[in-house]
Design a protein around this ligand. Structure first.
Ligand SMILES: [Zn+2]
Length: 452
């Protein structure tokens, strides 16, 4: 995934001290090197997710049948405030492990459940337990962003937990612009600017934040190339032009947009306006947390749109717009560029940090033949095919097994959180939350009958 997207066959990669030192066929490894046999596999850069609400992983699949409004009611209005620091820890720990296991070597933890600094410390404690690369995007849906960003303790927390952590642990401020024309979020942007940190915001979410939010951010000068806007669906052309002009990137969460209802997954629109794209999975309360699925659903949604538009004109598509290698670029370089880390990660190039994934599974009938590596990664590979994962040169997964990662600890803290939340909500609310009512639907009467 270098700029020319070179594919190299029968190639070795030499990693020394966390850095990619050499790439090419027949490299002579130093005598004390650990050699990993990658034959029959594909070596690719570690994947980068620019938006995942990791604290929600403790409620995995609970909201599988939710719409966006049901999610808002459950987390924002009714039950999000029940999460204690240890519950944020549990979700983050499980999510961090899950990311690494699936070859996602960098994750932005869009952590909008940080009601107190104790919650924030718990979030970082979990991230620091797992030696992946993380960015904490600090947020708090229980208070207005202009309030919690004004607290001096936010800056103290930032200095205490992030200073000197380098590129293994980054920091952003996460909030949405939803208020009216008086734009009170201005104060939160000013805090971020003052601290020298980036802002990430959901934008282009039907019914929550749209063109007006983009206009306010743009006219106040708060949209910059390090601003990551999540979803970017249902916006006007004028908004896309504002986003493009500022060099902001869009984080596309196709699985999320497809079932929650923010708007049609926006890759087709962002491409039209030449807005940089990264991929994200959003939250495990609904969706899978591997970027193979993100790549595949994004390809599918983008192509589905192209076909539908052509069909509406009475035409057929003869050439697809979006190619496999493009979504792999979004899952790797798209993320590294969005996070300002492209000189360090995102591709396998000499001099970059060694965040590397080996996709290989000798027991799988799906791992051969490999004739088209881009097509193979985007359309065939799965998280179970992630054989080896290196982050900053450290081996976190090898031969399909996590190395020195305590999954049992994650299991026990998650079980404790689930038991606590189920008990706090009570059986009726717990079950009702998981099983929303079905809307009424009329069955179309059929004039034809089949007689046996
Ligand atoms: Zn989100």
């Amino acid at each position: 995934m270098d700029d020319s997207r070179r594919l190299i066959k029968d190639c070795d990669v030499l990693v020394v001290g966390g850095v990619i030192r050499d790439i090419g066929p027949g490299i002579k490894a130093p005598d004390d090197a650990l050699e990993i046999d990658a034959r029959g596999g594909i070596i690719m850069p570690g994947m980068i997710d620019t938006h995942r609400h990791m604290w929600q992983t403790a409620m995995r699949a609970y909201g599988a049948d939710w719409t966006l409004s049901q999610y808002f009611v459950w987390y924002y209005l009714e039950h999000g405030r029940n999460f204690r620091p240890q519950d944020v820890y549990a979700g983050n720990l499980l999510s961090a492990i899950e990311a690494v296991d699936a070859g996602v070597t960098t994750s932005v933890d869009w952590s909008h459940g940080l009601q107190t600094i104790d919650h924030a410390d718990a979030a970082v404690d979990a991230l620091e337990t797992i030696p992946g690369r993380f960015v904490l995007a600090f947020g708090n849906i229980q208070r207005a962003p202009w309030e919690w960003t004004a607290d001096k303790e936010l800056r103290d927390f930032y200095v205490r937990r992030f200073d000197g952590k380098g590129d293994m642990l980054g920091f952003q401020i996460a909030f949405d612009v939803v208020a009216g024309p008086e734009f009170p979020e201005r104060a939160a942007f000013e805090v971020a600017r003052d601290m020298g940190v980036s802002v990430t915001s959901h934008a282009g979410v039907l019914g929550a934040n749209g063109d007006e939010s983009v206009r306010l951010m743009h006219e106040a000068g708060f949209m910059t190339p390090d601003t990551v806007l999540v979803h970017c669906a249902t916006l006007s052309d004028d908004s896309y032009q504002r986003i493009a002009a500022c060099g902001c990137s869009g984080s596309v969460s196709t699985e999320s947009e497809q079932s929650a209802g923010q708007g049609y997954p926006s890759s087709w629109k962002l491409r039209e306006f030449d807005i940089p794209i990264s991929l994200s999975h959003d939250t495990s309360v609904w969706w899978s947390a591997d970027l193979f699925t993100a790549m595949r659903t994004t390809l599918g949604a983008d192509r589905s749109r192209q076909h539908s538009e052509a069909h509406a004109r009475g035409e057929q598509v003869t050439q697809l717009d979006l190619r496999s290698e493009e979504v792999i670029d979004w899952a790797t370089r798209g993320g590294s560029k969005a996070l300002g880390l492209d000189s360090k990660i995102g591709s396998i190039e000499v001099g970059k940090r060694a965040d590397i994934v080996l996709i290989k599974n000798d027991d799988s009938p799906v791992m051969f033949p490999i004739v088209n590596p881009y097509g193979h990664v985007a359309m065939q590979a799965q998280r179970a095919d992630v054989h080896t994962v290196l982050v900053d040169g450290n081996i976190l997964k090898h031969e399909h097994r996590l190395i020195n990662i305590d999954l049992e600890k994650a299991r026990s803290v998650t079980e404790e959180t689930v038991a606590y939340l189920a008990d706090t909500l009570g059986e009726v609310a717990w079950n009702a939350g998981m099983h929303p009512d079905l809307p009424e639907k009329e069955q179309i009467s059929n004039p034809y009958h089949y007689n046996k």
